[in-house]
Design a protein around this ligand. Structure first.
Ligand code: GLA
Length: 416
């Protein structure tokens, strides 16, 4: 046996050993590159995306002005890190080598120069692609070009990819998104991967190991509950999020599938856009914070009102969204046609409790804390986060007037 190690079969053994070492090195490299992609979205990503307001009318100056306004308004320092170029940044054709080409009229210095500037300003940059033959607006998709496009984006310094689902024919969603995940990993730059297949293939059941966030519905629109063929108001998306009956014990809606590293994406914010009243913007922001959806602003931040800045930068509300435990809220109760209650556990034994007035009139909500005793045990101090004032304790029941489509958001902390 020993002898054979020194004879031709000995060299076979050494070849085998080298081969095994090689395989081990490859496996290590693969797990190192996988690790680079973990820890990218331990809390829901926050930023700004161009689509909801600007659609195809994007360019370098708009993006830089937006970045500056995000600094001036305090958004960057409140945590809005990603600036995402949505569809329509590229030319309609690839170059002769098959590379994607930024539209030189919109981005005269290319995307890499823009990425460098955004990085210097303290942001990360996101871009948009599509798993099919074309994007939703008809620009080149990445089907068959996944590894090439991932290398291009990595070489530009991209930090976030929103990857859409138009023109995908009979492609299998899990396979298509896994291919791009592997392409991004191979390209080697940590890129937060945003899956945008609109919830058609129940991504909450398979996307945890594929991307960092996944859309749960078609496109959001700046209205309360309108519903057109493709777009819908935030209340409609919220109902989809928790289609099941209210829950005393929680975690039975889509919320049970999201957590640190992988989030249900209820779509970009419409906060501050013309179709929403201020109360609706506040409710929309509150509920997206409660259900741990990414907070991607979708308004024109260059011209937003002070009231909208206050909504988008409220650090106590953002802290509900960014709570390190990452547990989503669930709908605890509904008073039909009047209001509904959502609750969310927070790190350290605190709770967020939110009451949304779903009616067209002011409502007086009555909260009997003992009805929540399976969630809240003991007495809690109550802080109203939008009014920034203390509301006594859960020792006595609470009556609160809430305007139409407005919200009461409370943080409960165990009484000391
Ligand atoms: C789809 C997406 C939107 C947006 C557009 C761009 O509709 O769901 O969020 O990216 O495509 O064309």
């Amino acid at each position: 046996m020993n002898r054979s190690l020194k004879t031709p079969s000995g060299s076979l053994a050494s070849t085998l050993k080298q081969g095994l070492l090689g395989l081990a090195t490859l496996a290590l490299a693969a797990s190192a590159s996988a690790q680079k992609f973990e820890g990218l979205a331990l809390t829901p990503p926050m930023g700004w995306n161009s689509w909801n307001t600007f659609e195809s009318a994007i360019n370098e100056q708009l993006v830089l002005d937006t970045a500056q306004s995000m600094i001036d308004s305090g958004m960057r320092d409140a945590g809005y890190t990603y600036i995402v170029l949505d569809d329509c940044w590229a030319l309609r054709d690839r170059d002769p080598e098959g590379n994607l080409v930024p539209d030189p009229e919109k981005f005269p210095n290319g995307i890499k120069a823009l990425a460098d500037q955004l990085h210097e300003m303290g942001f990360k940059i996101g871009i948009y692609g599509d798993a099919g033959r074309t994007t939703c607006a008809g620009y080149p998709g990445s089907q068959g070009h996944e590894y090439q496009d991932a290398r291009t984006w990595a070489s530009w310094g991209i930090d976030y990819l929103k990857y859409d689902w138009c023109a995908t024919g009979t492609r299998d969603a899990k396979e298509a998104y896994t291919t791009m995940r592997d392409a991004l990993r191979t390209a080697g730059r940590p890129i937060t991967f945003s899956i945008c297949e609109w919830g058609d293939n129940e991504p909450w059941l398979w996307a945890q190991d594929v991307g960092h966030l996944w859309r749960i519905s078609g496109d959001i629109y700046d209205c309360w509950d309108c519903e057109q063929e493709w777009s819908r108001g935030f209340k409609v998306i919220l109902d989809r999020y928790h289609a099941l009956k209210p829950s005393v014990v929680g975690r039975d809606g889509l919320g049970q599938y999201s957590g640190p590293g992988g989030w249900n994406d209820a779509d970009m914010l419409e906060v501050g856009n013309p179709g929403l009243t201020l109360a609706e913007s506040r409710s929309h922001f509150t509920l997206w914070a409660m259900i741990t959806s990414p907070l991607m602003a979708g308004n024109d931040v260059r011209s937003m009102s002070p009231e909208i800045i206050d909504v988008l930068t409220n650090k106590d509300v953002i802290a509900i969204n960014q709570d390190p435990d990452g547990v989503s809220a669930w709908r605890f109760g509904i008073v039909p046609g009047k209001y509904e209650t959502w609750i969310k556990p927070l790190q350290g034994g605190d709770w967020a409790v939110c009451i949304l007035n779903t009616s067209e009139e002011t409502q007086t909500a009555e909260i009997q804390w003992h009805r929540m005793e399976r969630a809240l045990s003991g007495e809690f101090e109550i802080h109203d986060l939008w009014a920034d004032k203390s509301l006594s304790t859960t020792h006595k029941d609470l009556k609160a007037k809430i305007a139409s489509h407005d919200v009461l958001l409370m943080r409960l902390s165990p009484k000391k």
